[in-house]
Design a protein around this ligand. Structure first.
Ligand code: DC
Length: 224
């Protein structure tokens, strides 16, 4: 069967990673969660005392930073499993801060493009359809209202045993949206050829089914 690449972009907590993971599993593709890379940068910087606002220091830090995304969805930072630690609220905000820097983005984009040199990847992030994989055969822009996204994050946190306050989560999501949309380096925007998909009133299952239909029809077209 012909393999393609799939780009899933959209604002934070829109369900991109969960959906991308499910799609990858259904198609036997590899899922790459690029947000985990920005989170790892913020996490390491915080631990070793590098300022999230210092582009120069962050770039220097990246020179000896190894971030590995496994096909099972784990994230290793310099050989240590940080899959859970990088999901903390503070690190979410830090990831949004470090992702503002053009040179940090340049280095991570280079690594992401290297990881997905072949076909058969489902990559999710903010700039996948526009910058990382502009030739991806399917581009989805997955979104939902800030309130719906905050409720999902709240439930997710509960399941993981992380305490959170819904009102605070809504504020944080709005703040991150604002930062991600207004930064000068690769702001969050929908690629011209991306399919806009609003999941506010759909269940996770419904989103997966509909997106898989769209993707499978493109795969069939590519086989002709
Ligand atoms: O998808 P996420 O919430 O794990 O992403 C964390 C932060 O990283 C988010 O605020 C935006 C940034 N990010 C980005 O700028 N580009 C990407 N490709 C992925 C994430």
């Amino acid at each position: 069967m012909v393999k393609i690449n799939i780009a899933i972009d959209g604002p934070s907590a829109a369900g991109k990673s969960t959906t991308a993971k499910r799609i990858a599993k259904a198609l036997n593709y590899v899922h790459l969660d690029t947000g985990a890379m920005y989170r790892s940068v913020a996490y390491k910087a915080k631990n070793i005392g590098v300022d999230w606002n210092s582009e120069e220091d962050l770039v220097k830090m990246l020179q000896d930073t190894v971030i590995t995304l496994t096909p099972q969805g784990e994230v290793f930072l310099d050989g240590v499993d940080v899959s859970k630690a990088i999901r903390e609220n503070e690190i979410s905000l830090g990831a949004s801060s470090v992702s503002k820097h053009a040179l940090v983005r340049k280095e991570l984009v280079r690594r992401q493009q290297q990881m997905a040199e072949d076909k058969g990847f489902v990559m999710d992030g903010r700039d996948i359809g526009t910058v990382v994989l502009p030739n991806a055969e399917v581009k989805i822009f997955l979104t939902a209202s800030a309130e719906k996204r905050a409720i999902r994050r709240y439930k997710e946190n509960l399941e993981k045993g992380i305490e959170s306050d819904l009102a605070v989560l809504i504020k944080e999501i709005e703040l991150r949206d604002e930062q991600d949309r207004t930064r000068s380096a690769s702001p969050l925007t929908q690629a011209e050829d991306a399919i806009l998909f609003d999941s506010s009133d759909l269940t996770e299952e419904e989103v997966n089914v509909k997106l898989l239909e769209i993707i499978e029809s493109v795969i069939k077209r590519n086989e002709v």
